[in-house]
Design a protein around this ligand. Structure first.
Ligand SMILES: C[S@@+](CC[C@H](N)C(=O)[O-])C[C@H]1O[C@@H](n2cnc3c(N)ncnc32)[C@H](O)[C@@H]1O
Length: 343
């Protein structure tokens, strides 16, 4: 007798799953377009929802059931035995538009840009990956105004605060450099968590303007400065206790020169927290991160192999004192804590 639980997936199942994921992505996209997770902060039956929106009840029931299977909606039976649907905790937290941690538009941006990158793969076999239509600074400023800001608030800043809390005392006065800090909301979150801290968000000039706006809106202009410049050509300042550098080294042509500049920018004993995804040696982990980074690699950007950044830091006389996984938007990364030695 066969037991369903004993059945191993067919060897082709992971590749069938790829095709199936496109329907799930559409179901989620539709839910975001329709503000479904906002509406389902209160329980609804498919019939009441369909009635309120003028939708076909049977279609709504199946769509909600698919979203339930994706763990975006919970369901329970009411007294009449009818299913009632409510957004899950995760959907309410990140995908309901009234949530301060809302990431729905950022997710839709990621879906569209990944589809676009995927569509460019065949072209990339013959020529370098497509170059963007906007100049780099303007492109990053646009990102800083949209998905990067949302993702910093909901993902990167909480992760940064957690890592930094293990390195710095909340009472101490210290100087931060957030290199390539984009919209500046990591620095803003750190400044709120560490009331004695002050520092600089160093960014390409167009993105630095966006960071300056966020700093002013947070009322932190007396402690944080957004400084426009190019880390390749310009000085980043000196005397920092902590440098936060997340997903920036992909874009600098000379890694050693950039790390040497950061080493010189730190006080002796100061720490660089270098947060980047590297290509893992294990296929399951590599698959997820390469799906995101392959287009970048094809544009000729740097994505290091696991362990390479640690070696590059050691070569610049940093003492690498901690290595830990950290959650970044889209793909997990490694936070390397590298200290400038006290001679
Ligand atoms: C992927 S984003 C990361 C933003 C932010 N660190 C984060 O983790 O959310 C890369 C950032 O590096 C900045 N950047 C790229 N090249 C740079 C350069 N040469 N000088 C200064 N910033 C640069 C970009 O403007 C962009 O905001």
């Amino acid at each position: 007798m066969n037991h369903a639980g004993d059945l191993l997936p067919h060897a082709l199942q992971p590749y069938w799953d790829l095709a199936l994921a496109s329907v799930q992505a559409e179901a989620l996209q539709l839910a975001l377009e329709e503000g479904l997770f906002e509406t389902l902060q209160q329980p609804h039956s498919a019939a009441t929802l369909a009635n309120a929106r003028g939708w076909r009840p049977v279609s709504v029931e199946h769509w909600l059931t698919l979203l339930w299977s994706m763990r975006l909606i919970d369901r329970h039976r009411d007294a009449a035995g009818e299913w009632r649907y409510i957004s899950t905790h995760v959907a309410q937290r990140y995908l309901a538009s009234s949530s301060p941690l809302y990431c729905g538009e950022a997710w839709r941006f990621r879906l569209a840009s990944l589809r676009d990158s995927g569509a460019g793969l065949s072209e990339g076999l013959h020529e370098q990956g497509r170059s963007a239509t906007l100049a780099s600074g303007e492109r990053w400023a646009a990102a800083a105004r949209s998905h990067l800001a949302r993702e910093q608030i909901s993902v990167t800043a909480p992760a940064a605060c957690e890592v930094v809390a293990q390195r710095m005392s909340p009472e101490a006065a210290w100087r931060l450099l957030d290199l390539g800090g984009g919209p500046g909301l990591v620095a803003v979150a750190l400044a709120k968590a560490f009331p004695q801290m002050s520092g600089v968000v160093f960014e390409l000039p167009e993105a630095a303007d966006v960071a300056a706006q966020h700093i002013a809106q947070a009322g932190l202009a007396s402690r944080l400065e957004a400084r426009g410049g190019d880390v390749v050509r310009d000085g980043v300042g000196t005397g920092y206790d902590l440098i936060w550098c997340s997903s920036v080294l992909h874009f600098v042509p000379d890694l050693s020169a950039c790390l040497a500049k950061l080493h010189a920018a730190l006080k002796p004993g100061g720490e660089l927290i270098c947060v980047h995804a590297e290509i893992p040696d294990e296929p399951e982990a590599a698959r997820r991160m390469l799906s995101y980074y392959l287009p970048l690699l094809w544009q000729g950007r740097r994505v290091t192999q696991a362990g390479e950044l640690c070696e590059a830091l050691s070569a610049q006389d940093f003492e690498v004192c901690e290595e830990r996984p950290i959650t970044l938007p889209m793909a997990p990364a490694t936070a390397l804590v590298a200290r400038r030695r006290v001679k």
